[in-house]
Design a protein. Structure first.
Length: 135
């Protein structure tokens, strides 16, 4: 298992009329979490697409709202990989408020696509090597 925490502050533009983080922005928090988690392992999304010609489309996304996040609150986005990616990569996310209270959980499943052929592939060996360092 591997987990990575990243902090992000709720901006005014991300809130609704009640001052809560708008529910649609949680998917963006998951994206921030997975991009920064992969970066922590030496994998940059930009390089993945530009150099490796691999995309990671989302297959499914689930979200559970436990409590609101508020304007100007610093959130901790915890991204968890419970198993080494093979055909898919499955991220679990936990969002915590400043008191480290769990306010949201989410799961995102993505798969690997070769951009040149448009076909689904297994994780390439060079990526597998980088993920192996975490497990």
């Amino acid at each position: 298992m591997f987990q990575f925490d990243f902090k992000k502050r709720v901006r005014y533009a991300e809130t609704d009329k009640m001052g809560y983080l708008y529910y649609g922005h949680y998917a963006k928090l998951y994206e921030i979490g997975r991009v920064e988690t992969m970066r922590s392992l030496g994998i940059a999304y930009k390089d993945l697409e530009d150099k490796e010609k691999i995309m990671l489309p989302v297959l499914s996304l689930q979200s559970r709202y436990l409590a609101p996040a508020y304007y100007d609150e610093e959130l901790t986005i915890r991204s968890i990989l419970e198993e080494l990616p093979y055909k898919m990569i499955h991220f679990k996310h936990e969002i915590f408020n400043e008191k480290m209270e769990l306010i949201n959980t989410g799961e995102v499943k993505l798969f690997f696509i070769n951009m040149e052929t448009g076909k689904r592939i297994s994780i390439p060996d060079n990526l597998k090597t980088k993920f192996n360092t975490a497990f």
